[in-house]
Design a protein around this ligand. Structure first.
Ligand SMILES: *Cc1c(COP(=O)(O)O)cnc(C)c1O
Length: 718
């Protein structure tokens, strides 16, 4: 089924091929160790990509492994766990909802971040979707996922000497990625046709395995398509509105057709963000073909559709002009038995008739709608109430499911082993149970501190190693090597600011008062250092300017080498950062961060959160588990708001964070600091796990939707 030359693998360990093609390995420590043990340097050189590694590895190593009793013992243990997982068994879902085991959930998303060997994401939305697939597999949710296979979906970030981001696009080599083409019974690539304008575009399908969850990836680079059609799926969020609309037609309408072609009949359909909302129209069309009226069909589709909003407002990005909609839908609306005006109404927001908004469409076409934190859902109710003009704001039917992170992916092995020792041997299975985490205070302070020091050491040495490489191999200027973190110091309180560089996240807020910051950084006895990392969208000039501002500060000797900018923030680097920093800084403009998840990853590992009270932190912060900036969202002048928030940030650092960090006992252990770490892990880890999130989606949305679908079927058969 896959394109790996399995013949190379000795029979005794031939299961490695199947394991390499299931990303399950990426969140199992023992499975990762298995691949690494085969050839550690090659494991690193291939960027932890077992498919690529097995293609390149010397045969004698495989033969040696197949005769090494120690390796075989580990191999057998991993393979038996893998087989148990794949065979289903007693999952949470099967046990709790045995009658719904066949109720497939289709989850559509434009981005998926599962592992760096399959980089189909730009940022938080993709990481969330990837974490959600993994968690759904762990819990046994009967889910299939639908996305795009972007061959150039991903760029590497280089920063030039003057601080400007350069995008280096990497053409993904499909044969080295953990994907396989979906074939027909005759062994030919499966082709699905999607109507676009007056023509139809051919789509092929790749399959990635995420544990039990199958992820189907659409690809328009197919013979018979025009050159521009072949490039449609080349890049994420690329091009103009016309291309974006075509992409959204492919995923929404094409995604439904692909599942039908595969013989998959989902009961519940989940659109992750407005980009996928056309899926509702295609399902309505199918019912209209069977003879239903538009409104009958729409009612049935709504009853089984879940729609999650991640953005804040009915934005520009997912709004298309009515002319553009007409260009692609003038034939389609007839098949829904709608005319132009009634069709355009579906995407109408407010009184604006000239624009078609995808979030508005999603909201209208789903009975289950949610924002991604309590605060965010409240904002959605406010900004979206034009869709329910006769409803009071608090009655607007948008609920909240707060985001969480996939614990096995984001927990550091060293933290995991402490949790195993002090919480429970099966802590991972019960990771969302708050009482389990009540035992965190039992962990000796010295052990927490040793774990924290080790993770910080790994972070700082990996950042320095990158700087050294760029200096030694790419001959960057000396000041660039310094800006990349060559002077970072293990002993210094380390703040990390790592996320997408875009205006509302305010990366440069901490640079607001340069004099005051310099004093903090260059303090002789209690210094501070800051590590920045993050990419800007290639078209986001203001994001790039923010990178430049930070980078110039990192180069500036007046900051004493205590600011570093780490290039090419990705999932791999993110792991080092959320494991190894002391403080995780988050300073969005208030009410702009829908949830945020990187701080949740940090908290899981004992990294303390210092954040504007926004997104998930409004639910997480309890006064004892980190620090909060109480930003005034009513302030009309953004420069004033920045100054006020920066002032509070400096004050927190000066009065609380720095003194607590440097208050040590005779052995150098900061007991007060560790107290906050323990409280942070105890309170945040269970609540902001994707396990809690996936159970909420199931209980609040999927189960009622499944019941609604059963009711519809009973009605139809009567
Ligand atoms: C977790 C993560 C994000 C999301 O971070 P936010 O806090 O939501 O900004 C973005 N990029 C990567 C690589 C991540 O791992």
């Amino acid at each position: 089924m896959n394109n790996l030359s399995v013949s190379k693998l000795p029979r005794r360990i031939e299961g490695l091929s199947e394991l390499a093609y299931n990303l399950w390995w990426s969140w199992h420590i023992e499975a990762r160790q298995l691949f690494r043990a085969l050839d550690t340097p090659l494991w690193k050189a291939t960027g932890h990509n077992p498919v690529k590694m097995l293609q390149q590895i010397a045969s004698h190593r495989l033969v040696a492994a197949s005769q090494d009793p120690l390796f075989l013992k580990k191999y057998d243990s991993v393979m038996s766990e893998f087989k148990d997982m794949m065979s289903g068994g007693d999952t949470w879902f099967n046990t709790k909802y045995p009658h719904l085991a066949q109720h497939t959930i289709a989850y559509f998303s434009l981005e998926f971040a599962i592992h760096n060997s399959l980089p189909l994401y730009a940022g938080g939305l993709g990481v969330l979707a990837g974490d959600y697939c993994k968690e759904s597999s762990d819990l046994g949710l009967p889910m299939v996922a639908v996305g795009f296979m972007y061959p150039q979906g991903y760029f590497h970030q280089h920063i030039s000497a003057d601080g400007w981001q350069k995008e280096v696009y990497e053409q993904l080599n499909f044969s080295e990625a953990p994907i396989s083409p979906v074939l027909t019974a005759e062994g030919q690539p499966m082709i699905v046709e999607v109507p676009l304008d007056m023509r139809s575009v051919r789509v092929t399908i790749w399959q990635a395995n995420v544990g039990r969850v199958k992820l189907y990836l659409l690809d328009t680079d197919v013979e018979g398509n025009s050159p521009s059609e072949r490039k449609l799926s080349a890049r994420l969020y690329a091009g103009d509105q016309d291309i974006r609309l075509q992409q959204q037609i492919i995923i929404g309408i094409g995604g439904v057709r692909v599942l039908r072609a595969l013989g998959i009949e989902p009961v519940i359909w989940h659109a992750n963000e407005g980009y996928n909302a056309f899926m509702t129209l295609e399902r309505i069309r199918e019912l209209v073909v069977k003879g239903l009226s538009f409104s009958e069909a729409a009612e049935k589709v709504r009853a089984t559709t879940v729609f999650t909003i991640h953005t804040l407002v009915l934005g520009v990005n997912d709004t298309f002009s009515s002319d553009l909609i007409e260009k692609y839908f003038h034939r389609y609306w007839g098949s829904l038995r709608l005319d132009k005006d009634t069709f355009l109404e579906l995407g109408k927001r407010g009184s604006d008739n000239s624009a078609f908004n995808m979030t508005a469409l999603g909201l209208r076409m789903a009975d289950y709608r949610n924002g991604v934190s309590q605060l965010h859902a409240g904002l959605c109710r406010r900004t979206c109430n034009s869709i329910w003009p006769d409803t009071e704001e608090k009655e607007v039917p948008i609920s909240s499911v707060t985001n969480g992170v996939h614990v096995p992916t984001w927990v550091a092995p060293q933290a995991a082993s402490l949790y195993e020792e002090y919480l429970s041997h099966d802590w991972l299975k019960r990771r969302d149970v708050p009482t389990l985490w009540e035992k965190v205070p039992d962990i000796p302070n010295e052990k927490i501190w040793a774990m924290r020091q080790w993770l910080k050491h790994k972070l700082i040495s990996s950042v320095k190693e990158r700087a050294r490489k760029r200096w030694a191999e790419d001959h960057v200027a000396p000041e660039q090597a310094l800006a990349m973190g060559a002077l970072l110091d293990m002993e210094v309180l380390t703040i990390a600011f790592c996320r997408r560089f875009t205006a509302y996240k305010r990366a440069s807020l901490i640079l607001n008062d340069v004099c005051r910051l310099k004093q903090l950084l260059r303090s002789e006895f209690r210094p501070v250092q800051i590590i920045f990392a993050g990419k800007a969208h290639p078209d986001d000039e203001s994001g790039k300017l923010l990178i430049q501002e930070v980078y110039n500060a990192a180069k500036n000797p007046e900051f004493g080498g205590r600011i570093a900018f780490v290039e090419d923030y990705d999932m791999h680097m993110a792991r080092y950062l959320v494991h190894g920093a002391d403080v995780w800084l988050n300073t969005p403009r208030p009410l702009h961060e829908a949830s945020g998840t990187s701080g949740q990853k940090a908290a899981l590992n004992g990294v303390l959160h210092l954040s504007v009270l926004d997104g998930w932190w409004c639910e997480g912060y309890n006064g004892k588990n980190g620090w909060a900036i109480h930003s005034d969202s009513e302030m009309s002048d953004s420069a004033d708001q920045d100054r006020a928030d920066a002032e509070e940030l400096y004050r927190l650092l000066e009065d609380k964070v720095i003194p607590l960090y440097y208050d040590r006992d005779i052995n150098g252990v900061p007991h007060g600091w560790i107290q906050v770490i323990k409280e942070s892990i105890r309170s945040n880890a269970p609540l902001f796990s994707a396990q809690r999130m996936a159970k909420e989606y199931t209980e609040q949305m999927y189960v009622p939707a499944a019941q609604a679908s059963q009711a519809i079927q009973t009605e139809a058969s009567q």
